[in-house]
Design a protein around this ligand. Structure first.
Ligand code: HSE
Length: 306
């Protein structure tokens, strides 16, 4: 194989209580990436979107991942990469993870799959490091594996793919700027033991709810007493939108990744759409441009397309 086109899904990191350890892939939005092997050495990247991301390989999230893989495999030829991003950078929907994971996946396919999924995550983490300064895998793992994943440990890497409940996801991306680095900087460095105990209960409850397919348990475990109270002040109308989403019948939700996107889980598509309309209305009312996505949990991760 010389040429390939893939779709890399958006991801919701943290899943409210699981800061840096839980993540979920969703069906919309997704990025598209095309790769073509070349006899001319080097990694040449072009973007067909208008986000103005750097195209020099060593400054590009996908580029650094491919350079690392070429180096590790001793591959001395080259590749042309065309990226069309639909996941907006800085949305909190795993835009950099889609580029990084998509690059690792695409190159691995073209080179005859020398790398395992776990190795793909390891290489893709170099892209996350370039984007946010931290090698976190909570977006990359679900992007590659699909569904919901638990990153039990990043160093050494220990990924547990969980089962995937049949739920609908509403995600809204309000156009307010929240940089991941800033959203990490403002977090408290020390937490109270009683808060840690509450959080452990919620994480354990959420994982148990996912494995048991118990929607009620999932809903009452999507609570965060540590990160959300600090970060939510960066997102206009956050508390109101959450309260209204519960009123419409959503199971639960919160900040997607480091924000500013908000996500909610619902049992029916009808509820998920109503939640989306409410989110759009609330942000429109204060003149904040926004994008709403209603889809299902993505079970397949990155996919090859024709
Ligand atoms: N777990 C990371 C954070 C995700 O919340 O900072 C960043 O996309």
């Amino acid at each position: 194989m010389k040429k390939i086109k893939i779709q890399a899904p958006a991801t919701v990191a943290n899943l409210v209580c699981g800061f840096d350890i839980l993540g979920m892939a969703i069906n919309a939005p997704f990025d598209e990436m095309e790769f073509e092997l070349s006899q001319i050495p080097g990694v040449r990247i072009t973007h067909t979107d208008d986000f103005g991301l750097p195209e020099a390989a060593e400054k590009n999230v996908a580029g650094v991942v491919i350079l690392k893989i070429f180096e590790a495999l001793g591959y001395d030829k080259g590749v042309e990469v065309r990226i069309h991003k639909n996941i907006k950078p800085g949305s909190g929907l795993g835009s950099s993870a889609a580029s990084a994971a998509g690059a690792a996946f695409g190159i691995n396919e073209l080179l005859g799959k020398p790398l395992s999924n776990e190795e793909l995550v390891k290489f893709a983490m170099f892209g996350e490091e370039l984007a946010s300064g931290v090698q976190h895998a909570d977006n990359i793992a679900p992007c590659i594996y699909g569904g919901i994943t638990l990153v039990k440990s990043s160093h050494p890497l220990d990924i547990i793919p969980l089962s995937s409940p049949n739920l609908f996801v509403t995600a809204v991306h309000p156009q307010v700027e929240v940089k991941t680095a800033d959203a990490r900087q403002i977090l408290k460095k020390n937490i109270q033991l009683k808060d840690a105990v509450t959080q452990w209960g919620n994480i354990a409850g959420l994982v148990a709810g996912i494995l048991k397919n118990d929607f009620d348990l999932i809903g009452r475990s999507l609570m965060d007493v540590i990160v959300e109270p600090v970060r939510s002040i960066l997102i206009p109308k956050f508390d109101l939108i959450k309260t209204k989403a519960f009123g419409l019948g959503a199971l639960g939700g919160g900040i997607s990744g480091s924000g500013p996107s908000i996500f909610m889980l619902s049992e029916t598509e009808e509820t998920a759409k109503e939640v989306g309309e409410m989110m759009e209305f609330e942000f429109n009312e204060i003149g904040v441009e926004n994008y709403v996505y209603v889809s299902k949990i993505n079970n397949s991760g990155i996919q090859i397309v024709d």
